[in-house]
Design a protein around this ligand. Structure first.
Ligand SMILES: [Mn+2]
Length: 394
């Protein structure tokens, strides 16, 4: 008999689906949130038969349960943990732990489902097939967010479908499909549903773009937004819109949790989450809403006005323009970014700031971090120019 304790997200449930394909009736699968795993481990150690082989995927136990699992393992063996979270790497010190963040050789980011697939095939519990390999790769690309770079919308759709139906229904559908099809695909009804879901996500993100606030938390500039759903999508789109921010903090007040997301290589949000007692990956992580987190992200930011998006449809006032690019903020300051002698500089209300920058991006990031300014619309720019001409004439 096998027992699998896995995460309750797509990657975790991907592991459950593979386990059921491999072991059929001989596996019991339980899906957990990050916090409920430890209870399940304790239940297993106290109640399950010592002949049951325990598999843990996509999640890691707390320190006490590390010790309990280790003493259980010494006596009975029969434990294997497989994970890909950077914050779980220390579990490689145990014989029962197997944590890989990046595939050796290819350097590709792993997912729990991709590691578990390799494990099951290697131990001859599961026969390789094209359909399963395709499914596993979609899960991996979604979980690592590689789908976006590859424009692999099928991976994103798989996750959307996962949230549209119950976990039980998703499992059943996928197991059936992976057993009987040569290739993995959605059926026509699912395709129709997924199209509608994409539109809904887009509208949700548009609303969140109007709600995000900027806050300096410790030494990092965070974008803070409230969202109950579509965390990855919201975090990613907001990070792309506001590249001057170090990370995006997504607050789920009902669940009392925070997700952290960055698209930058020089910021590690697993460290940010770790500070508040959580964990995860370099670019995506999460933690509970501790009292300190509540203070930093809720209490201290509640009075702030949302960030303004840059004007998108300008013809004249565009970024990196030879004539200068005009920005404004809520205090009605006017900023002109222009290049002189290979250096980008800022004029604030016609007075030059002392800082200069070798790239426009750095210059703009400085402006947005310190003044929360946005690219002004063309009509504001034209008015600014008219005033300039008038002043020069008088
Ligand atoms: Mn995962």
């Amino acid at each position: 008999m096998y027992k699998l304790l896995s995460h309750n997200d797509l990657d975790g449930v991907g592991c459950g689906i593979l386990a059921k394909l491999a072991f059929g009736q001989d596996v019991k699968v339980r899906y957990n949130s990050v916090s409920s795993l430890n209870r399940e481990i304790e239940y297993f150690l106290e109640n399950d038969s010592t002949d049951t082989f325990l598999l843990i995927t996509d999640l890691s136990p707390n320190e006490e349960n590390e010790k309990r699992l280790t003493s259980f393992y010494k006596e009975h063996g029969n434990i294997q943990l497989i994970d890909h979270h950077k914050t779980a790497l220390h579990l490689n010190d145990y014989d029962w732990g197997y944590v890989v963040v990046e595939e050796e050789g290819s350097g590709k980011l792993t997912s729990a489902t991709s590691l578990f697939y390799q494990y099951l095939v290697y131990h001859q519990h599961l026969e390789e097939s094209d359909a399963i390999a395709e499914f596993v790769e979609l899960v991996r690309q979604y979980d690592t967010w590689e789908w976006e770079k590859n424009q692999n919308h099928k991976a994103h759709s798989l996750n959307s479908l996962f949230f549209l139906v119950s976990i039980d229904e998703f499992e059943l559908k996928m197991i059936e499909r992976l057993r009987s099809s040569d290739h993995f695909d959605f059926d026509d009804f699912e395709k129709k549903l997924l199209g509608m879901e994409e539109d809904k996500i887009e509208r949700y993100i548009r609303r969140k773009k109007r709600e995000i606030v900027q806050a300096l938390v410790g030494k990092f500039y965070a974008g803070v937004v409230y969202a109950e759903s579509y965390h990855s999508e919201v975090g990613n789109e907001l990070a792309k819109e506001h590249t001057h921010l170090d990370y995006i903090a997504i607050l789920n007040m009902g669940g009392k949790r925070i997700s952290f997301r960055t698209i930058r290589d020089d910021v590690d949000v697993s460290e940010i989450a770790g500070y508040y007692g959580g964990g995860g990956h370099q670019k995506a992580s999460g933690s509970s809403m501790t009292e300190e987190a509540y203070k930093h992200f809720v209490l201290d930011t509640f009075h702030l006005e949302p960030l303004h998006e840059d004007a998108k449809r300008n013809r004249y006032n565009v970024k990196e323009s030879e004539f200068g690019s005009l920005y404004q903020n809520r205090q009605e300051d006017i900023f002109l970014l222009s290049r002189k002698n290979e250096q980008w500089a800022i004029e604030k209300n016609d007075v030059k700031l002392e800082q200069t920058f070798s790239t426009y991006r750095e210059c703009e990031h400085f402006l947005k971090r310190n003044y929360e300014a946005w690219l002004a619309r063309d009509d504001v720019f034209v008015e600014y120019l008219i005033n300039k001409v008038k002043k020069a004439e008088s």
